[in-house]
Every structure is written in structure tokens, then in C-alpha cells.
Design a protein around this ligand. Sequence first.
Ligand SMILES: C[S@@+](CC[C@H](N)C(=O)[O-])C[C@H]1O[C@@H](n2cnc3c(N)ncnc32)[C@H](O)[C@@H]1O
Length: 233
Amino acid sequence: MREVNRIDFNCKNIVPWGRSFDEYVDMFNLSEADLARDIVGVGDGPASFNIRMHQRSTSIVSVDPIYRYSEVELRERIQETYDDIIAQARQNQDKFVWTKISSVDKLAEIRMQAMDEFCQDFEKGKQQGRYVDAALPHLPFPDRYFDLVLSAHLLFSYSANCDLAFHLDAVRELLRIGTEVRIFPIVDVNSNPSPFLSPVIDELEKEGVTCSIERVPYHFQKTGNEMLRLKLC
Ligand SMILES: C[S@@+](CC[C@H](N)C(=O)[O-])C[C@H]1O[C@@H](n2cnc3c(N)ncnc32)[C@H](O)[C@@H]1O
């Protein structure tokens, strides 16, 4: 990866933060039929989507470079970073919509529960091949291996850290491994429009990909209630 795309994955530098199964359902507008598809989540981090899908006996794989660490290391890192993350959330309360998640305390409770569920499942899930240590833009799966590819709070979110070339390589890789891709949100971490959204869509459309921006039920970042859906024609 180019300099601008390098993320240092020393365990002391990562900030693990994962969302709940219900949040995933809303972020990607997942129907019961969607939940029965072969799904991979790319950049899932310590979210509880994988464990909850597994409990439903549904096919699920999560991919993230933080999966190279152990449960103990990840739990320690969650504890070390928790106070800072919550302090930042309090400072930036005006940037979020406090309806479904009613307060910073509720946010902390939901996220810590999700991450605890992830941690309890992680070592077993890793052995079962449900948590795969890998990173965009190169994923260790054959072409069209999955039916539905989800990626939350990674592409477009980190527009300040990853350039257009990385976004294009990453999205092409997501399209290589699955028949449909959904990316949420399409704004950056400060709720500003990503400068890469239009160029990515323009390029993919030239390559025969159908791209649509769709409103979803999840609304936490003020401008963050839309996902990008991609399908190869
Ligand atoms: C903000 S977290 C989002 C976690 C989860 N998707 C959610 O919405 O709760 C972003 C995740 O992307 C992962 N990540 C960073 N660079 C990545 C890459 N090149 N490929 C895959 N995942 C990456 C990070 O390790 C982190 O767990």
C-alpha cells in the first residue's frame, strides 16, 4: 500500500470499536432473505454481527487485520481506549442523532456489549475460520466466493487516511469476491461527503458495475444514513 494508506497495526495503536448485530441490520438494510445469504463482512473489527449470525446457524465470515491478535490482547486494548473514545463522543455529541441510541451512556453500553460478545466468541470463531486476518486491497478468497459483501465504517469513512487509488482497488476487490457489495456509510468520520464517492462510482460504472445510493434505517452520524450498493451487471 502507498504511504497514505498505511495503517500501523501494532496492537498499541489500534482502536477497537465494534457495532451490534441490530446496527448492522439497519446500516445495510438487511432483510431476513439477505441474512440467509453467504455473507462476508470486511473490516468487521470487534462487532457482534459474526457471533449473532453464527448463533442463527447462518454462513458468515469476518475479515480484519486486528484478528492477528489474541482475545486477551484485544480485550486489553478495548479497556485502554474506552475512556478516550467515550470522552470524544461526549465532546462531539452535536455531530450525532440521538434517537435510536439515546445518550452517550447508552452508546457505551451497546458498544461494550457488542465487543464483549465478539471477544467471547473470537478464539473459537477464529479456529472455525469465521474470523480471518486479512486486509484490503487483497483478500484471500476465490472469485465470487460470497453472495453478499458488507463493509462498514472503513471505506469512505477514512477518506483522510486512504487515497482514491486505495478506494478503487479495495472496492474492485470486494466486487471480485462477491456478487453484491454494500458499503456504509458514504461520508467520512466527520460526516463530510467523501471526495472519493463520485470518482469511485464513475470508474465502476465505466466497468459495467451498477451503483446505487440508498437510504437506510440507520441514522447516527448526522449525514450518515445512506449506503452504496454495487452489483456487477
Ligand atoms: C471503525 S472500525 C469498524 C468496525 C465494524 N465494521 C463496525 O462498523 O462496527 C474499522 C475496522 O476496519 C479495519 N481495517 C482497517 N484497515 C483495513 C483494511 N485495509 N482491510 C480490512 N479492514 C481494515 C480496522 O481494523 C477496524 O476494525
